[in-house]
Design a binder for this molecule. Structure first.
Ligand code: ATP
Ligand code: MG
Length: 567
């Protein structure tokens, strides 16, 4: 049953790149979920064995660099060695048992990956958070998760200490630092004296594995629980089909450690395929560092957020030569067709888009070998039956707008979240008829491509028209004055609501007459899209409100327009 893994890997490895054709991909994807499954045992230990037997490429499993030129390279064997030690620390020293929750607050340091694997090995439930959380956020997360152990570094430890007394579930605190801190165990010292002999817990496929927080784009982040099979097995779709990885690939995903995207693309998806996970520990996103890194290392595959691509295409890309880059991807928000065209013009490479949520694995995407339709995020992933449905869960005709949903009856896909932790009612609200509703609006065309319209709350209703912010933003960014924009509804005495655009100008247009520019942009939108969609109101801003993961928070702008309080 478990041999399935290596079969999957062999199949991909022996096939040429770009082999994928959409229909056969859906047909061959037939995962029988085993009773017991543990990613550390069933995948990582397999790669470790292959590596020892000389059956894997010489690329590291983890290749980490930072701005100061430091470098860490771990093979699967080294990853196994260190994580076995850490697993012993968690179980023997900290007394953590299977099912106990571990709150992890570390930036992109190699130890973040070790904690991930050690939690898998011990069957403890990992709850990663972003290192940009405030004390209030941390208290809320610790109290609602009931975490027993916290792991962090010396920057964040004092913040954790300010709330720890209000979080009685915490029994152990582990610190990653060269300095000692009162009340904290030293991760490095404890690992130094721990045994590297550890037998991986044999977890059930359905057992809880991790809890990730959603990005909080629409409200406060939701704690989203996944089982071992949900992410551990389900992210095969991402690694094998969407990212198109093999053990010959070096894959760089830029997302922060606090978001589900880091589990997707910096842990499970690449390691399922035996690929090398590349990490550049940048304190903050910096276009020229990214471009320099892409040109100095043999990175074959690159995934980042649309907001990052928007910044990268503003840079002078022609100064760089990417030696190995062959596959670029983005996810998390819609990517503007204009940015895809610019990227292609500058690098010769397409951007393959993916659509998914913390609650799911990749729901839909453009897969290699498939025709790309800019503006559409592609077709349903294998493993999901994705449909556009109404509020009752009935499928709407092709070409019509509705809710993007995943069929859950008669068979619930194994790669779907288990629940919002401690919130059964909120969980139940996502299910309508035979479908799980994503909260996003979209439509399907005659070829099965899905088109994103907007988050349900972001769709604008003006004078009887329904307008998705994305199409207006796409039209705006085609104008050279626009670096990026966010489109929301704004009150209007006659129309009820109208389209308003908040626009960040490109450097060349910063000092142009604003009144003239507003008219020019309005005329531009009217000519490139249906005129009723043009923004009647335009405001120029220096930057847009975004989540830590870089997503535009239209809700914040909308609430301000309507005089409501923002959360
Ligand atoms: P919250 O649920 O807390 O408001 P969030 O929905 O942004 O935050 P995530 O789970 O990180 O949290 O993001 C998933 C959402 O991101 C999707 O539901 C969708 O709205 C958006 N998204 C992801 N990929 C794409 C894409 N390719 N195109 C359009 N939207 C996307
Ligand atoms: Mg969401």
């Amino acid at each position: 049953e478990r041999g399935y893994w290596l079969q999957m890997c062999r199949f991909k490895t022996s096939a040429p790149k770009n082999f994928c054709d959409y229909e056969s991909m859906r047909q061959v994807y037939n995962v029988q979920v085993p009773q017991q499954f543990n990613f550390a045992k069933d995948v990582l230990e397999q790669w470790e064995t292959k590596e020892k037997n000389g059956q894997r490429s010489s690329l590291p499993a983890l290749w980490w660099v930072n701005d100061s030129g430091e470098e860490v390279k771990w093979s699967f064997e080294e990853l196994g060695f260190h994580s076995r030690k850490l697993a012993n620390v968690l179980h023997q020293v900290c007394g953590l048992e299977r099912g106990d929750r571990v709150f992890l607050l570390l930036p992109r340091v190699p130890e973040w990956w070790l904690v991930n694997v050690a939690c898998l090995r011990t069957g403890t439930v990992l709850i990663p958070g972003t290192s940009q959380l405030t004390a209030r956020d941390i208290r809320h997360r610790l109290q609602s998760s009931g975490a027993k152990c916290v792991i962090t570094d010396e920057t964040l430890a004092p913040l954790l200490d300010t709330v720890a007394s209000e979080c009685p579930s915490i029994s152990t605190k582990l610190l990653l630092s060269h300095r000692a801190m009162h009340g904290w165990g030293s991760l490095t010292e404890l690992m130094g004296s721990a045994s590297d002999d550890h037998v991986c817990v044999d977890t059930r496929s359905e057992e809880a594995m991790t809890i990730f927080f959603t990005s909080g784009t629409t409200g406060s982040p939701k704690m989203t629980q996944h089982s071992h099979c949900s992410y551990g097995l389900g992210l095969t779709v991402n690694g094998r089909y969407w990212l198109d990885l093999t053990e010959q690939d070096v894959f760089w995903n830029t997302s922060d450690t606090g978001w589900a995207k880091s589990a997707w693309s910096s842990v499970f998806a690449p390691w399922i395929q035996g690929a090398c996970v590349f990490v550049h520990h940048m304190p903050r996103f910096d276009s020229s560092t990214v471009l320099k890194t892409l040109s100095s290392y043999p990175i074959t595959t690159f995934c980042t957020a649309p907001t990052a691509y928007r910044m990268l295409v503003q840079d002078d890309i022609s100064r760089y030569k990417f030696q190995a880059l062959e596959h670029c991807l983005c996810a998390g928000e819609p990517i503007n067709p204009e940015v895809m065209w610019k990227w292609k013009e500058l690098t010769g490479l397409d951007i393959y888009e993916g659509y998914g949520q913390t609650e799911t694995v990749l729901i839909a995407g453009t897969f290699k070998g498939m025709k790309i339709k800019p503006g559409s995020f592609g077709k349903a992933s294998p493993g999901y039956d994705v449909q556009v449905v109404d509020e009752d869960g009935s499928i709407v005709p092709q070409g019509q707008e509705g809710n993007l949903g995943i069929r859950v009856k008669p068979d619930r896909p194994f790669s779907l979240f288990t629940e919002y932790t401690g919130e059964p009612e909120r969980t139940a609200e996502c299910f309508h008829g035979d479908f799980y509703l994503t909260g996003d609006r979209g439509m399907m065309d005659e070829e099965g491509y899905l088109w994103f319209i907007g988050r349900a709350d972001d769709v604008i209703l003006s004078a009887g028209y329904r307008i998705g912010p994305f199409e207006v933003e796409n039209a705006l960014i085609e104008h050279p004055a626009v670096a990026e924009s966010a489109v929301v509804s704004s009150p209007d005495p006659v129309r009820g609501e109208v389209v308003k655009a908040f626009v960040v100008l490109t450097a060349d247009f910063k000092f142009r007459d604003h009144k003239e520019l507003i008219q020019e942009l309005q005329t531009h939108v009217k000519t490139v899209t249906a005129p009723y969609k043009y923004p009647r109101k335009i405001e120029f801003v220096d930057h847009l409100p975004k989540t830590v993961s870089g997503k535009i928070r239209r809700v914040e702008l909308r609430k301000k327009e309507w005089g409501q309080k923002t959360s």
